[in-house]
Design a protein around this ligand. Structure first.
Ligand code: GRF
Length: 208
């Protein structure tokens, strides 16, 4: 796997910023080869351009099907010689066309302790269930939504007076720590996948 990352975004891009900060700070030995957004107005694009990172907009509305869009996305990522795809707030469900093009080479960060609370509004789901501990997960992307092998997780406490916003902010701070660490772990190699399980060489995985 090359150390060339393709980061896919749809919006704010704070995880993208965390990845770039980890690279610039020497904690992550990688290059962001390209940032691709399906939305031209994504704030993360502005940040990437200012940071001198190549950006592309691939608007899904110009395509007739999900498979056609995903084919174009794969082609674009290949043009930049991307070895590891990092979804960072990319609000699109990926088809088999995409998932099969990058086997065990697509990561996502999700704001819950998967397999609890997949899908949208994970923090609201967590509060509604009255969980006492929440967190975030970096996992490989498979065809099943938010269900691929878990690479790393981090936990945060849930406070009695939390709103979705306060909990989301606490989780997001952990995402920014976790995602670069998980990318570094995947790039370092030596791991294997057994069924749903990601097995790191030294049992690395949970961050506290
Ligand atoms: C994060 O909460 C991430 O877990 C979810 O989408 C959000 C993206 O935030 N998948 P940002 O665009 O990285 O700021």
């Amino acid at each position: 796997m090359t150390r060339r990352l393709g980061v896919l975004i749809s919006g704010r891009g704070s995880n993208l910023q965390a990845i770039l900060a980890a690279i610039n700070g020497g904690a992550l030995d990688a290059t962001v080869a390209v940032v691709i957004s399906n939305k031209a107005e994504a704030a993360g694009l502005t940040f990437a351009r200012r940071a001198g990172v190549p950006t592309e907009v691939l608007d899904h509305r110009g395509f007739r099907s999900r498979a056609e869009y995903d084919t174009a996305l794969v082609k674009r990522l290949r043009e930049y010689d991307v070895g590891l795809v990092c979804l960072a707030g990319f609000m699109r469900f990926l088809s088999p066309v995409f998932v099969n093009a990058f086997p065990h080479a697509i990561l996502n960060v999700h704001p819950s302790l998967l397999p609890a609370f997949p899908g949208v509004d994970a923090q609201t789901q967590a509060l509604a269930h009255g969980v006492k501990v929440a967190g975030c997960t970096v996992h490989f992307v498979t065809e099943e939504l938010d269900a691929g092998p878990i690479v790393m997780q981090a936990t945060v406490p849930v406070r009695p007076d939390d709103t979705s916003e306060t909990l989301a902010a606490r989780i997001l701070a952990e995402e920014h720590r976790l995602y670069p660490a998980a990318i570094a772990l995947v790039l370092s190699g030596g791991w294997r996948i057994e069924g749903r399980r990601f097995l790191a060489p030294d049992g690395a995985g949970v961050q506290r």
